[in-house]
Design a protein around this ligand. Structure first.
Ligand code: SAH
Length: 423
């Protein structure tokens, strides 16, 4: 089937463990539980209640700026900030689109690793889309990040910092009007369940009440996975009522083996059984992601099969999100035509499974699904993408940093060497 498109299929290996080289990111307040923070502050010879003050500034006021912490004596401030609030991420570039209501930031970590996050303002919510890994080892052939390979896991605090920055940007009106960050989706770079321990700790920091965390509701956090079945089952036992999103993209194993290569390890039936288990444990409806690709997975019979399968396996506990394929450089695949998309959606709905088309925020700044390819280095796409419409800069980057990136209208490139795994 896929060979009909004339594109040689991806034969990248699946990578579950990042190469172990380089330094782990420095320890940060957001890596630690509330108890660990108190212990760390005491170890530094400071009064333990300073841990609560630091946490209030960081998680409550969304600031990591030591100068703003005027309730802490200056000497203790410098000491504590130096030990517990190292700068983990530096914004290299920030661009916006959708009339300013979508913003993407390219971050540089302490070791030069690049990653991206996106924040989107809607009438009823503000959502941060965060990265859990630099790159991704899951090798999905239609995804720009997947084609770049895995560089390293992000530390808990590197994930949490993306959320803090998004929450501060939303609060400060950077998206058009001041808003409270209400949702977090792990749909940026990486496979969150392949960085399990750090992602779960990050979810706890995101959801724990201030000052332990940001106090965002668990059900407003979505963890998206290719279907790592053992990790899905473990997640269901964490006592976290987060929403699980499963990137299905095909209702039959033959096609899914190609579109989502990890399917060669865990088949659709196992993935849906694990999703059902999660729904049973949490009471949360599972979100099934389906990137609709012209002449690849958009046939009416596949819509019928998808609807039948999901209705049988998940009953009322599922919702399908159709994502119009966002073409990646070098791929000949494209989104399904709108009439085909409409028919697909209505057939899935007719099977009794709610199905809607995901809106496509961030397309013109390469911030839409699968386009976060800042660290794509292992297998650089061969064709240059079409020029995007000019994006409005929120902040001009220092010229020295930008000069390292090619093609920065649509895609960023980082240093070629992979580094070790994170904290
Ligand atoms: N690794 C996780 C998170 C990835 S991004 C996962 O796969 O679920 C979130 C969603 O964007 C996934 O469903 C992914 O398959 C989808 N996606 C990736 N590239 C895309 C593209 N080019 N067009 C549309 N959706 C894409």
């Amino acid at each position: 089937m896929l060979r009909d498109t004339g594109k040689v299929m991806s034969s990248l290996p699946l990578v579950f463990e990042p190469p172990r080289r380089g330094q782990v990111p420095p320890r940060h307040l957001a890596d630690l539980t509330a108890d660990q923070r108190r212990a760390a502050v005491a170890e530094l010879g400071e009064k333990a209640f300073r841990a609560g003050q630091l946490s209030q500034h960081y998680f409550g006021r969304l600031t990591a700026d030591v100068h703003a912490m005027t309730d802490i004596p200056p000497r203790a401030r410098a000491h504590l900030a130096g030990a517990l609030l190292p700068r983990l991420l530096t914004a290299v570039r920030t661009v916006s689109c959708d009339d300013g209501s979508t913003g993407k930031t390219l971050w540089r970590a302490h070791d030069g690793t690049l990653l991206e996050s996106v924040v989107m303002l809607y009438p009823d919510r503000a959502t941060a889309c965060v990265s859990s890994q630099a790159g991704c080892g899951m090798a999905c052939p239609f995804c720009a990040t997947g084609q770049g390979g895995l560089r390293r896991n992000l530390s808990t605090a590197e994930i949490v910092e993306q959320v803090r920055a998004a929450a501060a940007a939303a609060r400060d009106g950077m998206l058009g009007r001041p808003a409270r960050l209400s949702n977090v989706v792990f749909m940026g770079m990486g496979e969150p369940l392949a960085n399990y321990r750090r992602v779960i700790a990050a979810v706890r920091r995101i959801c724990d009440p201030v000052p332990r965390g940001f106090g965002i509701s668990q059900r407003s956090v979505t963890v998206s996975t290719v279907g790592l079945v053992p990790a899905m089952r473990k997640l269901a036992g964490e006592g976290l009522a987060v929403t699980l999103a499963v990137s299905l993209h095909a209702p039959d194993d033959e096609l899914r083996d190609e579109l989502v290569p990890v399917n060669t390890r865990w088949k659709i039936a196992e993935v849906l059984a694990a999703a059902r288990h999660h729904a049973g444990q949490t009471g949360r409806r599972v979100s099934v992601e389906y990137a609709l690709i012209r002449d690849v997975n958009d046939q009416p019979w596949r819509a019928d099969l998808l609807g039948k399968l999901l209705h049988r396996e998940l009953g009322p506990l599922v919702h399908v999100n159709v994502i119009p394929l966002n073409p990646t450089p070098g791929s000949r695949w494209d989104a399904a035509p709108k009439p085909v998309e409409r028919e697909f959606v209505s057939r899935v709905n007719a099977a009794g499974v709610p199905c809607t088309v995901r809106d496509t925020r961030g397309r013109e700044i390469a911030a839409a699904c699968g386009q976060l390819a800042a660290t794509a280095t292992a297998n650089p796409p061969t064709r240059t993408p079409p020029a995007p419409r000019p994006a409005r800069h929120l902040s001009a980057p220092p010229a020295r940093e930008v000069s390292e990136f090619r093609d920065h209208g649509n895609r960023f490139r980082g240093p070629r060497r992979a580094r070790g795994s994170g904290r």
